[in-house]
Design a protein around this ligand. Structure first.
Ligand code: GLU
Length: 429
C-alpha cells in the first residue's frame, strides 16, 4: 500500500524509477542489447514463465474472515527448478514479485547453481498478525500453490518477514498433502527439520566474502575499512556481526527507526543485546544516535544497504560518500541511479552477486536434504567461499574484458548462461 500511495503522488518518471519491474527490465534491456541477443530470445527471457495469483480466506483470531492475496512467480526454469523466497508485507505488489523472481534467475546464473528463479509474496502486515494467524495464512497459501511447488519444480525460501518457522509450516503443509515428508520443498528450514548449518548467516557471510575481494582489488585493509550498514536483520545484522568479528570497523547501523554511529567502530554484539532489550537500536550507550537519512551519506569505505528496494535513487545517489557499494538487499539501487554511481567511480558489487550467498547455501541445503547426509558448518562455509570468490572473479573479469561496469557484467554473464540453456534445450512445440 505504502508503495502505491507514494507512486500515486509522484511524477510519472519517478514512479517508473521506483517500480522494481521497470528497473529490472531496464537493466535487462541494456545487457541484452550489449550481448546482441536476438529479439525472440529477449522476449522469452523478459517474460516470467508462470505466474500464480491466489486469494486466500483466513479466519482471524477475533472470528472475522479476511481474504489475503498471494503471488508466486516462476520467472525461469531453464537451468533447474525455480528458486526464491516468499515475502510478507503490506506493500507487496505483483510487479515487485515479478522483478524479484527475475533477479533470482540472474542471481542463480551468476553463481552458477542449477536453479531458475522464482519469488512469492503475500500482501499482509506481519506486524499486526498473531503467530497463529500467520500460520493459517502460510498453510493456506501453501495449499493453494501446492501443485506448482516441489523439490524438482519450485523451491521457496525465506525473504522479508518470513523465517525458519514459516518454512517449517510450508514443509509440513506440503508434506501432509503429499502424504510423506518432503524436506527439500523449501530451504531456510530449522536445522532439526533438514535445514543446513550456516544458512542463517549465509547472505551476510557472502556479503563479507565479496567485500573482502573488493578490498583486495582496491588495495584496502579490513582494519581501516569503515562500514555503514542499512538494516540489522537477517542480512545486515549477520553481515555486521561477521564483519566486525573479522576486523572491519562498523561505524554506523541504520534501521527503520533511527541510526547509531561510532567513529571508532560499534560493538555489534552489545548493540544486538541492546536491541533485544529495548526493541530499538537507538539510545545505545556505545554510540550516538543520528538522523537515519543523513547516515546513508556518511563518509565511509563500504556502504552495505541490506534492507529494502529503492534506497539509492536519482534523487540521492550523488550524495553518497563511499568507495564500495555492496548490495545486500535486492534492488537497493534504482536503474536511474546506476549512471550516477558509475560517474562517481563507486565500486558496485551488484545485488545479484553480493547477496547470492543465501541462495547458494539454500542450494547446499537442497542437496543435503536429497542426499539425506548433512555437512559440517566448516564444509558449508568453505564451499560458500569458493563459489562467492569464483563468481566475484567471473564478474570482474567479464567487466574488464568487455569494458562494462560490474552490474552490467553480472547481468550479461547471467543472461548469457540462461540463454545458452534455453538454446540447448530448444523450444518445445
Ligand atoms: N530470499 C533470498 C534471496 O533473495 C534467498 C532465496 C533462496 O534462498 O532461495 O536471495
Amino acid at each position: 500500500m505504502k508503495h502505491m500511495l507514494l507512486e500515486a503522488t509522484m511524477p510519472s518518471t519517478l514512479a517508473d524509477e521506483f517500480n522494481p519491474r521497470l528497473s529490472a527490465e531496464a537493466r535487462f534491456d541494456t545487457a541484452a542489447a550489449r550481448l546482441g541477443l536476438d529479439d525472440g530470445m529477449q522476449k522469452v527471457l523478459r517474460s516470467p514463465s508462470r505466474e500464480v495469483i491466489v486469494h486466500i480466506p483466513v479466519l482471524l483470531d477475533d472470528g472475522r474472515l479476511e481474504v489475503f492475496t498471494g503471488y508466486r512467480v516462476q520467472h525461469s526454469v531453464a537451468r533447474g527448478p525455480a528458486k526464491g523466497g516468499i515475502r510478507y508485507a503490506p506493500d507487496v505488489t505483483h510487479d515487485e514479485v515479478r522483478a524479484l523472481a527475475a533477479w533470482m534467475t540472474w542471481k542463480c546464473a551468476v553463481v552458477n547453481i542449477p536453479f531458475g528463479g522464482g519469488k512469492g509474496g503475500v500482501i499482509c502486515d506481519p506486524g499486526v498478525l498473531s503467530p497463529s494467524e500467520l500460520e493459517r495464512i502460510t498453510r493456506r497459501y501453501t495449499a493453494e500453490i501446492f501443485e506448482f511447488i516441489g523439490p524438482d519444480k519450485d523451491v521457496p525460501a525465506p525473504d522479508m518477514n518470513t523465517n525458519e518457522q514459516t518454512m517449517a509450516w510450508i514443509m509440513d503443509t506440503y508434506s501432509m498433502h503429499a502424504r510423506q515428508t518432503v524436506s527439500a520443498v523449501v530451504t531456510g528450514k530449522p536445522i532439526n527439520l533438514g535445514g543446513s548449518r550456516g544458512r542463517a548467516e549465509a547472505t551476510g557471510r557472502g556479503c563479507m566474502i565479496v567485500t573482502d575481494q573488493a578490498l583486495r582489488r582496491l588495495g584496502l585493509e579490513r582494519s581501516s575499512t569503515r562500514v555503514v550498514i542499512q538494516g540489522f536483520g537477517n542480512v545486515g545484522g549477520m553481515a555486521a556481526k561477521l564483519m566486525s568479528r573479522a576486523g572491519y570497523k562498523i561505524v554506523c547501523i541504520i534501521e527503520w527507526d533511527g541510526a547509531v554511529y561510532n567513529a571508532t567502530g560499534l560493538d555489534i554484539a552489545a548493540l544486538m543485546k541492546h536491541r533485544t532489550e529495548t526493541g530499538s537500536i537507538t539510545g545505545f550507550s556505545g554510540g550516538e544516535d543520528m538522523d537515519k537519512t543523513e547516515a546513508m551519506f556518511l563518509e565511509c569505505d563500504v556502504l552495505l544497504p541490506a534492507a529494502k528496494e529503492n534506497v539509492i535513487t536519482s534523487q540521492n545517489a550523488h550524495k553518497l560518500r563511499t568507495k564500495v557499494l555492496c548490495e545486500g538487499a535486492n534492488g537497493p539501487s534504482t536503474h536511474v541511479a546506476d549512471a550516477i554511481l558509475a560517474e562517481k567511480g563507486i565500486f558496485v558489487i551488484p545485488d545479484i552477486l553480493a547477496n547470492a550467498g543465501g541462495v547458494t547455501v539454500s542450494y547446499f541445503e537442497w542437496v543435503q536434504d536429497r542426499q539425506g547426509y548433512f555437512w559440517s558448518e566448516q564444509v558449508v562455509n568453505d564451499r560458500l567461499e569458493e563459489i562467492m570468490v569464483n563468481s566475484f572473479q567471473d564478474v570482474v573479469a567479464y567487466s574488464d574484458k568487455h569494458g562494462v561496469n560490474n552490474r552490467l557484467a553480472a547481468y550479461m554473464l547471467a543472461l548469457d548462461r540462461v540463454a545458452a540453456a534455453i538454446k540447448m534445450r530448444g523450444i518445445y512445440a
